[in-house]
Ligand binder design. Structure first.
Ligand SMILES: Cc1cc2nc3c(=O)[nH]c(=O)nc-3n(C[C@H](O)[C@H](O)[C@H](O)COP(=O)(O)OP(=O)(O)OC[C@H]3O[C@@H](n4cnc5c(N)ncnc54)[C@H](O)[C@@H]3O)c2cc1C
Length: 424
């Protein structure tokens, strides 16, 4: 293998593979290093008993920069859009979601004043791009802009759905409102899971000449004048002109033998967004009247992703996700949370246990390594220019949207920065 590279990319998740596709348009020798044996990172899909499990519930935002970028890279996305309807649970009672102008007037959850408050809120969200924003957290924004408690609770349910965050006292209102606005444009559940995206990104990168090495991790990055030396866990060393890293903030900091003040500051301040997921494949759904539900009593989510995507090779099988949005610092008591998710599922889909094909429980998933707080935004902007020739990318940099949108757009942006840097 070549020992001198134009660019080394650390991480073979969405961000790293998107970066590889763009970087390879300009640089000849590009190497992606992924520590796992499989590519995909948090965007991977596991196949269990012929059923496709994403890592917890995954939906692509139709209006997001992620989908736009994937289309630019000619990635084919097949799947379906879940309708914005389903059930809300309040005081252990089921209500039809009042999210459409057809359902809202008939909602038994809200009285007329509350319905009016709800409409006002949605009109405000549709104008979010032109609204001036104070630097404030979500809770503060909600307290100022939503009058009735029940409307606040519904809105918190929507914000959890759109951002996976359950910490309104920390997350930036601006980021949340943009994310909610974007989610109103709808989402796509991808046929056979997000691995289909990863596989296409890998194929096109390899066709453009990118080398991919997996099953070995980057142990160290040293700065050598304007260039870098990258050492792998098997002690191989590579020289490279440029580096893009897409590892988590802590992992990234541990790789450097030099100091990045901005990254140190970020690592000291970050708060992750975490959740627990019960991923289940059933022979059939016991109660087909409920395909999607959000609880307002607890931060819980249920969705049958097979409702609009093909996620099993078995006829009639359904793949569904039950999810708990954890709040900041909440340690997931694995047994307790699993029971909570199972009980929630039993409430919606009685006797689901009789239909199980396969299942798994993931008690502590990092949906994001860095929740976009008001403080974080400024730091992330400075990160781009902190170390010339090295770009830090990945979902957690949150510069253009959140979650996969941020992962994908940060991969593209990292490539563009290096290409421009190379021209200087
Ligand atoms: C439960 C859950 C639900 C989600 N739902 C959604 C959703 O509905 N919509 C949405 O848009 N997004 C969603 N996301 C977020 C989305 O999956 C991520 O934003 C995206 O996959 C992150 O991509 P990434 O490349 O930035 O990071 P990662 O996927 O984490 O990739 C980083 C890669 O770097 C590798 N790595 C780390 N250190 C090293 C090293 N030293 N050497 C070599 N390799 C290394 C890791 O193994 C990993 O593969 C969800 C995430 C989770 C966990």
């Amino acid at each position: 293998m070549n020992l001198k590279w134009d660019c080394i990319i650390i991480g073979g998740g969405l961000s790293g593979l998107v970066a590889a596709n763009y970087v390879s348009k300009h640089f000849k020798n590009v190497l992606v290093i992924e520590k796992s044996h499989e590519l995909g990172g948090r965007g991977r899909t596991n196949v269990k008993d012929d059923c496709y499990f994403n890592l917890g519930p995954h939906a692509l935002y139709k209006k997001g920069i992620g989908l736009k970028t994937l289309r630019e890279l000619k990635v084919d996305i097949n799947g379906g859009s879940p309708p914005i309807k389903g059930k809300l649970i309040k005081n252990e009672k089921l209500y039809t979601m009042p999210f459409s102008f057809v359902n809202l007037p008939f909602s038994k959850m809200l009285n007329w004043k509350e319905k009016f408050d709800f409409i006002k809120l949605f009109l405000r969200i549709t104008k979010v791009r032109s609204l001036p924003f104070k630097e404030e957290n979500l809770e503060s924004w909600v307290n100022t802009n939503i009058r009735y408690e029940i409307v606040r609770q519904i809105f918190y349910g929507i914000t959890r759905l759109a951002t996976y965050s359950n910490t309104p006292t920390l997350i930036s209102a601006k980021h949340v409102l943009h994310q909610v606005h974007q989610s109103l444009g709808g989402t796509i559940y991808v046929d056979r899971g997000w691995q289909t995206i990863i596989n296409q990104l890998k194929t096109s990168a390899v066709q453009s000449g990118v080398t991919i090495q997996n099953g070995v991790y980057v142990d160290k990055i040293q700065k050598r004048g304007p260039n870098f030396t990258v050492t792998l866990s098997d002690h191989t060393t590579f020289d490279t002109n440029y580096v893009i890293t897409t590892a988590s903030p802590n992992e990234t900091m541990n790789l450097f033998d030099f100091n990045s003040n901005i990254l140190s500051e970020i690592v000291n301040q970050i708060k992750p967004i975490k959740g627990a997921s019960l991923d289940i494949a059933l022979k059939k759904l016991p109660n087909p009247n409920i395909q999607f539900a959000l609880s307002l009593d607890a931060p819980l989510y249920f969705s049958n992703h097979s409702f609009c995507a093909s996620l099993s090779e078995k006829e009639n099988a359904v793949v569904l996700h039950v999810f708990k949005y954890l709040s900041d610092g909440e340690e997931s008591d694995s047994k307790k949370v699993k029971k909570e998710l199972e009980d929630f599922l039993s409430y919606l889909q009685p006797n689901w246990q009789r239909e199980v094909i396969t299942s798994r429980f993931l008690p502590s998933l990092f949906v994001s390594y860095a929740m976009p707080t008001t403080k974080m935004e400024h730091l992330m902007k400075k990160l781009e220019t902190d170390i010339p020739g090295l770009v830090i990318a990945g979902e957690w940099t949150n510069q253009d949207g959140m979650l996969a949108d941020s992962a994908i757009s940060s991969g593209k942006r990292a490539a563009e920065l290096l290409i421009n840097y190379g021209k200087e």
